[in-house]
Ligand binder design. Structure first.
Ligand code: DX5
Ligand code: ZN
Length: 220
């Protein structure tokens, strides 16, 4: 099965964004980490910057909102045409209502789970989502070490999706490299975010290809 590779521009050079978007033109989606300095202790960019990235990128955007009150702010990212909009389960007041709103606005709706968040409540709600993002680091920063104990969530999600016959992408985010991507794919992931391992390579395009080749034989 094909493996989707979504490089995270958190590891890009923010003042050379256009150049760095071109470096990852071979990606499936561009992962955009929106952080508000409240939900996570880091600050990146908001809708104005994301709109410019969207206009500039040859590849559609996979927006990951690490912000408080996504019920209020997430629809804006769908309105500006982002391909997928993922909010955190820990931050949403009414996740099902929000997912339905995002879909109505034409975006793929995603829910993200921080490492300590249990997946149980979402297993029977998979038809409401187009993707589930499982964090394999604490959200907030690139370049952290992959947390393998989180992988059991992917196994449970994959089993639930197959049992219910639901087409949902299972995305893994944090510490993904050519080794950890194999474990994540074996556990059930089919969509992989990679920041430092792509942008830290001399040839980002080759790094994307290498990740895809490492994961593909193991994707369910
Ligand atoms: C972390 C972000 C990730 C981050 C991944 O909070 O959600 O998308 O950019 O970076 P790496 O691949 O370096 O762990
Ligand atoms: Zn992310």
């Amino acid at each position: 099965m094909p493996a989707r590779i979504n490089p995270s521009i958190l590891s890009a050079d923010f003042v050379n964004m256009q150049r760095d978007l071109e470096r990852i033109a071979g990606a499936d989606l561009v992962h955009v980490d929106v952080m508000d300095n409240h939900f996570v202790p880091n600050l990146t960019f908001g809708p104005q910057m994301v709109e410019r990235v969207q206009a500039t990128s040859p590849v559609p955007l996979d927006v990951h909102l690490m912000i408080d009150d996504p019920d209020r702010w997430a629809p804006r990212y769908a309105e500006i045409g982002c391909f997928s909009v993922t909010f955190h389960a820990e931050a949403a007041g009414a996740p099902l209502t929000l997912a339905r709103t995002l879909r109505k606005l034409g975006a793929r709706a995603g829910v993200a789970l921080s490492p300590k968040t249990d997946v149980g409540a979402y297993l029977e709600l998979l038809p409401e989502f187009d993707q589930v993002l499982v964090m394999t680091v604490e959200p907030g920063f690139g370049g952290q070490k992959f947390l393998p104990h989180v992988l059991s969530k992917l196994t449970r999600l994959r089993e639930a999706a197959e049992r219910q016959g639901v087409e949902v992408w299972l995305e893994v985010d944090g510490g993904v490299n050519e080794q950890t991507i194999v474990q994540a794919a074996e556990a059930g992931a089919d969509t992989f975010v990679a920041g430092s391992s792509v942008f830290g390579a001399d040839d980002a395009g080759a790094a994307i290809e290498a990740l895809r080749a490492a994961a593909a034989p193991h994707v369910h």
